[in-house]
Every structure is written in C-alpha cells, then in structure tokens.
Write a protein that binds this ligand. Sequence first.
Ligand code: AMP
Length: 187
Amino acid sequence: MNIILFGPPGAGKGTQAKHLINKINGFQISTGDMLRDEIQKNSIIGKKIINDMNDGKFVSDEIVNSLIKAVISNPQNRNKLIFDGYPRSISQAKNLDFLLNGSNQKIDFIFFLNVDKDTIVKRIEKRKIIENRSDDDVKTILRRYDTYMKTTKPVLDFYSKNPNFHEIDGALEIDEITNKIDAFLQV
Ligand code: AMP
C-alpha cells in the first residue's frame, strides 16, 4: 500500500507517517528530513539548499526529484511508501507518477490534512522548542504556509479528483486523525 500525506507544514503529516510505519510496516519518505539531512552532512546538495530552506522557500524540483528516485525504486520499499511532504508541485506529482509507473506501483490513498494558519503557527512554535529546527521561526512559518498553499493548490486540485482522495480535519486531536485514517485503510 502506498500513501500520500498531503497538507501544509505543521498539519501533522510527520506524526501520522510515524503511526503508519508501525501500522502497515511502511517506509516514510519525508523530503523535509532528507533535505535537512543533506544540510547536516554539509554535502554539495546541502550547500545548495541551505539558504532556500532557511528562507522558507521551496527547494528546486530537480534536487527533490533526484533524492526520492532511489528510495522509490528500492525493492525493499515496494508498496510500503508513505510520502510526507512530497509531492508539493505539479512537476513533482508528475515525476511521482512517472517513477511509480516505472516500477509498476500506484498510489492507494491520498490524505489531505487540512488545517488553518493559526493552528499551524501554534503547533510549529511548540515543535520549534522540542526539535530545535533552524528553519522554524514564526515569519518563516507564515512564508512556508503561504508558499505551500500557493504552489501546492494545483496539486490539490489534481489529486482531489482521485477517488482515493480523502480530506481530514487536521485541527482534530492526533488520535482522532489516526482513527479516521485507519477507518479508510480498514486496518
Ligand atoms: P517539511 O519538513 O516537509 O515541512 O519541509 C521543510 C522545508 O524543506 C520546506 O519548507 C522546503 O523548504 C523544503 N522541502 C521539503 N519538501 C519539499 C519538496 N517536496 N519540494 C520542495 N521543497 C521541499
């Protein structure tokens, strides 16, 4: 089973992805984590993306697409993919289709965790203290939310026509969201 968790930064995608790892023995693909990892390693990619990440801007499709390619084509992750923060643009959505078709896979569920700006700001501020994430100051949060909504709206429109698309109120408690997801998955 392959699943996309969709929604603005701070909507709870990461938390639900962790739950799905246990529930369906899934493999989480968080492009945010992968990119932060590149920065931490001070790799060539890391050096290229650090400014955009800290400004709350999107990293180029080319870089993000290249990072996920190996993960999707790895047979160990086959039909266990849980996408958290990808795709975020039409170009990425098309690339995902292309990579999945190439390995004879498909997306089984798309969950859109919809949540308003105020709730997001409160949540990310809390996470900032816990995780000490450098790209998370309030101004950046708002920019990230706006960037997400602007660039990702077409992807949302694209996926919302899919019969496997389900919108869930992201302002609900974590357990309530988990229960709703489980009900759709029938696990
Ligand atoms: P996240 O941890 O998903 O909230 O992502 C943190 C930051 O990483 C975002 O604000 C972007 O700068 C970058 N990022 C993560 N995923 C993507 C993606 N799919 N495309 C472009 N940039 C991304």
